[in-house]
Design a protein around this ligand. Sequence first.
Ligand SMILES: [Zn+2]
Length: 216
Amino acid sequence: MRLLRVSWKWFTEALFPPKCLICHSEGKYLCEKHDTFHIAPPSEVNFQYVDSIFAATHYFSSPARQCVEFFKFRGFREVAEIMTKEMIMKTPTSFFKKTVLVPIPLHWTRKFARGFNQSELMAQTIAKYASLLVSTNLKRIRRTPQQARLSKKEREGNIQHAFVWKGDAIPRNITLIDDVVASGSTLEEAARILKQAGVKKVQAVVFARGGNRNRQ
Ligand SMILES: [Zn+2]
């Protein structure tokens, strides 16, 4: 199986060599000129349930935005590796201490349509690196319109009661993993449900902050 995967990778790369997402030069998904991510400005969101949050980069800068678009909407998993590496390198170690990683879930119909949950892939890679466990006991029970298309007020209403915790054991400390945070209402609602279930501390690590400039 592994051999098959390796040769498939070789085959697709021979046919479609990776190109820089910014300048389209051949070789890598981000060339040496375009592989620097900008630092995110401090959060302007006052969270009630999320105790602390870290964003590896700023969404409104290259190459963060191109990475998110390619990964999420075109399924470029190789780009996910670049994004996750950035999260691992930048996040203060305190976020990955004695914690269980919980990816923000997609509704199963959306995961089925996309073929993967981007946050889950990120959480699995971080877990391997930091020797942590991933729990997928946080479930999305309502199929909600995509947050990016809504205003801040609409987002809060849209996401309410979208999650449940379906597990017997309640970790004391959870770190939520997501690709992008905009208004923060998704993380906030997930954290609210987790605290209701008995989790003491909820942190969040995201790849980029600021997903929708006009609607925040
Ligand atoms: Zn480039």
